[in-house]
Design a protein around this ligand. Sequence first.
Ligand code: NAP
Length: 247
Amino acid sequence: MQFSGKNVLITGASKGIGAEIARTLAGFGLKVWINYRSKPEIANTLKEEIESKGGKAAVIAFDATDEEAFIKALNLIKDSDGELSYLVNNAGITNDKLALRMSIDDFSSVIDANLKSCFIGCREALKIMSRQRHGSVVNIASIVGEKGNPGQTNYAASKGGMIAMTKSFALESGSRNVRFNVVTPGFIKTDMTAGLSEEVRNEYVKNIPLSRLGKPEEIANAVAFLLSDYSTYITGEVLKVNGGLYM
Ligand code: NAP
């Protein structure tokens, strides 16, 4: 795959899908900035792994819901590398409960972690990328933002919001040669789905045409495509990577 940019920031990249996105993009020659919030050891181990394979990586700590910290991080990257070519808003959490038992705090914490952090990243990246006249952003939403899910009204609202927001950013940024797209993973094998019981997992798999959960690298490949020069005429698009679970 071909990239005309040189670096990328991935939020929440110390593990799971974010870590795999970092490995994949480093393999394509990009310098990857690995954002972590709470686990420096894992982020540093990933950096060392990437460097041991000849890739370029750096770690950067901040909480993606902290506007000031996020802005500082993006400017640090731009000043250090001379540009910010790409951003992947991947940081996200769940806090599942039936709606009738969901407090406003349960709701807001997920909206902040998933939707607010994504807004901050998109807005600030657009400022930098507009001046460069190039850049590409991929937001990691979810199949749940497309079809809803019981027990996840907060998560569904945050991810559905990310989809609509991405399209709005795409509309505001196309004339500056900055692209915004969204990937909606189905059920992917990470810590986020590790808590599902065997029974629930089997029930999901029964309904997936490809008959299995997805792998983080399958999300990473879709992200790489949407950032790369192979998708220069694609913006405001929602790329479903869900094994056919939702068409
Ligand atoms: P994961 O293994 O739980 O990893 C989530 C990552 O996000 C962690 O590194 C976490 O860091 C980080 N994070 C959370 N809040 C953050 C914040 N405020 N600031 C910075 N980092 C933060 O989850 P995953 O499965 O890889 O999920 C990655 C993304 O894919 C999420 O947006 C998720 O909603 C989405 N997704 C996942 C699935 C799935 O089936 N796994 C399906 C659809 C969409 P800490 O460990 O420090 O908290």
